[in-house]
Design a protein around this ligand. Structure first.
Ligand SMILES: CC(=O)[C@@H](O)[C@H](O)COP(=O)(O)O
Ligand SMILES: NCC(=O)COP(=O)(O)O
Length: 237
């Protein structure tokens, strides 16, 4: 089974654009779960331009499914995750000024750092995942750190698929097989949408979880959040 974790960053973006508490992030998280979502993902960035650190704390008591916090493990992020103790932490090598995530970890060059961070989280009972490009060497490097899972960065696949090039899936299939071979669980995310998800799911073995935000919230403007969550669940069957 592949779980759908809904990334609610964009709800916080909308809320912050006006101040106040509309839309209500906590209510949306509850509703996503009521509609069938199997997880909630947030990605607090250092400038707190969408998810604020306090949102992570508040969501902890609201989320009854899997709570996934993504981010660059700078000291304040590590402290936050250790305080909140989500189900899963996903380590993403974001530059401080990145508009959105735009690369996976170089798990070979950052092996010692990642090993330390992973062991800190695992000692605290938090499942760990490393965001990686679909490159077999990077999957092998991730395994050496002791991490539980990798999250494949799917932007390149999404871009190729939108151009009508289905071959963009090939490195992802190889990466998925490699992850399985070295004993890592497999997640995926970034730019997945209603158009490309079914194909991705059909092609990728051992896929445990997808986290989807930007497209899902945009599609909900036209189709409604409940409807869209169920359309994604359908794509994952
Ligand atoms: C890790 C990842 O793939 C990103 O998609 C991220 O979670 C989205 O972050 P933004 O919402 O800030 O673009
Ligand atoms: N980890 C990816 C994620 O949470 C959502 O990415 P996107 O769907 O907003 O591109």
């Amino acid at each position: 089974m592949t779980k759908l974790s809904v990334n609610i960053n964009k709800i916080a973006t909308l809320r912050n654009s006006r101040g106040g508490n509309v839309p209500n992030l906590l209510q949306v998280a509850e509703d996503v779960e009521r509609f069938g979502g199997q997880g909630i993902t947030i990605h607090p960035r250092p400038d707190e331009r969408h998810i604020r650190y306090q949102d992570a704390r508040d969501l902890k008591s609201i989320v009854n499914t899997e709570f996934n916090i993504e981010g660059n493990p700078i000291p304040s992020f590590i402290d936050l995750v250790l305080e909140v103790k989500p189900t899963q932490v996903t380590l993403v090598p974001d530059a401080i000024d990145a508009i959105t995530s735009n690369a996976g970890w170089d798990t070979l060059n950052h092996r010692d750092f990642l090993t330390d961070v992973v062991s800190t989280f695992k000692e605290n009972g938090i499942r760990t995942s490393i965001f990686v490009d679909p490159v077999e060497k990077m999957i092998e490097g991730a395994a050496v750190t002791g991490v539980d899972r990798v999250e494949l960065y799917t932007e390149a696949f999404a871009e190729q698929y939108a151009l009508g090039n289905n071959d963009g899936i090939t490195p992802y299939i190889k990466a998925a097989e490699k992850a399985h071979e070295v004993g890592l669980g497999l997640n995926a995310g970034h730019d997945l949408n209603l158009e490309n998800l079914r194909f991705f799911k059909q092609q990728i073995p051992h896929l445990l979880e997808v986290s989807i935000g930007h497209a899902l919230i945009c599609e909900s403007l036209y189709l409604g959040l409940e409807n869209v969550v169920n359309m994604y669940l359908d794509r994952l069957r």
